[in-house]
Design a protein around this ligand. Structure first.
Ligand SMILES: Cc1ncc(COP(=O)(O)O)c(C=O)c1O
Length: 398
């Protein structure tokens, strides 16, 4: 077997299952799961209809590059959403969800040839777990940049030693962030781009929560906007990752796309051709329908906004919790051990949340997830309200 597999850490949900093992929650309370980041809103009917109507198209192999119409729909959405124009034929590629793309992208980009020291893949800490696994399996060294409340959950790029930047080949950014919900500003993104230019690395911007934000008047910007504003007409060193999973509540469709630097996209397409991960044509046609419609995405966003509006007043008196700028997570400081908190809440309230330390790694300045919890507001409004009341009861009785 590939000896790098031994470097992978247990996925947070495996650790969570071990943490809960042996606990017996009250039988009278139905279980509520707020641990998984899986959207639960009803998928839009017109997307499901498009999928059903095109099932006959399973009779042919899809092209890895996707249908020109799929790429055009993604490019049109980028223009509507961010005001960014990209060439659909050279700068966009459909992917089967961003998870596989974030992973395979690193395998395609990282080069271990000709360097005495290991290449570095830098990422925020806490982070979406795929970044680390992708780095390790590509033979790179993950470097964790802590995001703390003191820094408004922005990765402190200036704290990264120059020797690390010199070895860096990929920098992951995530905005809005999972789990923090923090949005990276255009200024921040331009600063990251300047570093990428100086030290010649690629920025992989995970923007899969870009459509879930609180303030309708200031949607989160994209790395592509920052690149164009900096005069990088060919989006040099930039690749962004977008997904329908959160935007359209279709996590099972497995549909997203990458867009950016055409030189990188060209090599990544070559990699994907051998990897064999083309998107089925019915999925592409359903995806076109989803990317072409913004109304359902706005309705989806409004539903998350309602949940934050209902849940926060219940929790605020007992918990240090803030409304995030984007995403669908709360990331409170629970001011006690996060594993104990999770286990106690499950045992007494039959409610599962995720210990923050499982999403972050230990660094010289500590584990930035410690004493925090990730609480996903993915269930129905009523269930989220019930869950918030249970957390409050738990805290008031402890
Ligand atoms: C930050 C982040 N990136 C990527 C993904 C993967 O999403 P998908 O593969 O459904 O596009 C997730 C899913 O939870 C996520 O939280």
């Amino acid at each position: 077997m590939n000896d790098r597999l031994a470097l992978l850490t247990a996925y947070p949900f495996e650790r969570l299952a071990r943490l809960k093992a042996g606990q017996v929650p009250p039988a009278g309370l139905p279980h509520i799961a707020m641990s998984i980041g899986e959207p639960r809103h009803a998928p839009p009917n017109f997307v499901l209809d498009a999928l059903r109507q095109n099932l006959g198209k399973l009779d042919s192999y899809p092209a890895t590059a996707g249908l020109p119409e799929t790429r055009a729909a993604c490019a049109a959405w980028l223009e509507r959403r961010f005001g960014v124009r990209v060439a659909a034929d050279t700068m966009v590629l459909p992917v089967n969800g961003t998870r596989e793309a974030l992973f395979s992208f690193v395998q395609a980009v990282v080069s271990t040839a000709g360097t005495a020291a290991k290449p570095v893949v830098a990422m925020p800490n806490p982070f979406y777990q795929i970044y680390e696994g992708a780095a390790l399996l590509a033979g790179a060294e993950p470097y964790f940049i802590n995001t703390t409340a003191a820094q408004r959950f922005q990765p402190d790029l200036d704290a990264v030693p120059v020797e690390i930047w010199k070895r860096c080949q990929v920098l992951f950014l995530c905005s809005p962030g999972n789990p923090t919900g923090a949005v990276l500003s255009l200024d921040f993104l331009r600063h990251a781009l300047a570093l990428a230019e100086r030290h010649d690395f690629v920025i992989a911007a995970d923007e899969c929560y870009a459509e879930l934000y609180r303030d309708e008047s200031s949607p989160p910007p994209s790395l592509l906007q920052a690149a164009l504003a900096a005069g990088h007409d060919h989006l040099q060193r930039c690749v962004v990752f977008h997904s329908l999973s959160k935007r359209s509540s279709v996590p099972g469709l497995r549909s997203g796309f990458v867009a950016g630097d055409p030189a990188i996209i060209k090599s990544y397409l070559l990699y994907r051709t051998y990897h064999g991960c083309a998107m089925p044509v019915p999925t592409q046609l359903a995806s076109i329908a989803a990317w072409n419609d913004d109304t359902h995405a706005a309705a989806n966003r409004a539903l998350y906004r309602e949940k934050f509006a209902r849940v926060l007043p219940i929790l605020a008196p007992v918990l240090d919790v803030a409304e995030p700028d984007g995403g669908f997570y709360l990331w409170p400081d629970v001011q006690r051990d996060d594993e104990e908190f999770t286990r106690g809440l499950f045992a007494q309230q039959n409610l599962t949340i995720l210990p923050g330390s499982y999403l972050a790694r230990d660094t010289a300045s500590g584990n930035p997830g410690r004493r925090r919890e990730r609480i996903s507001l993915v269930a129905s409004v009523d269930e989220c309200v019930t869950a918030a009341q249970r957390i409050r009861t738990f805290l008031e009785t402890h």
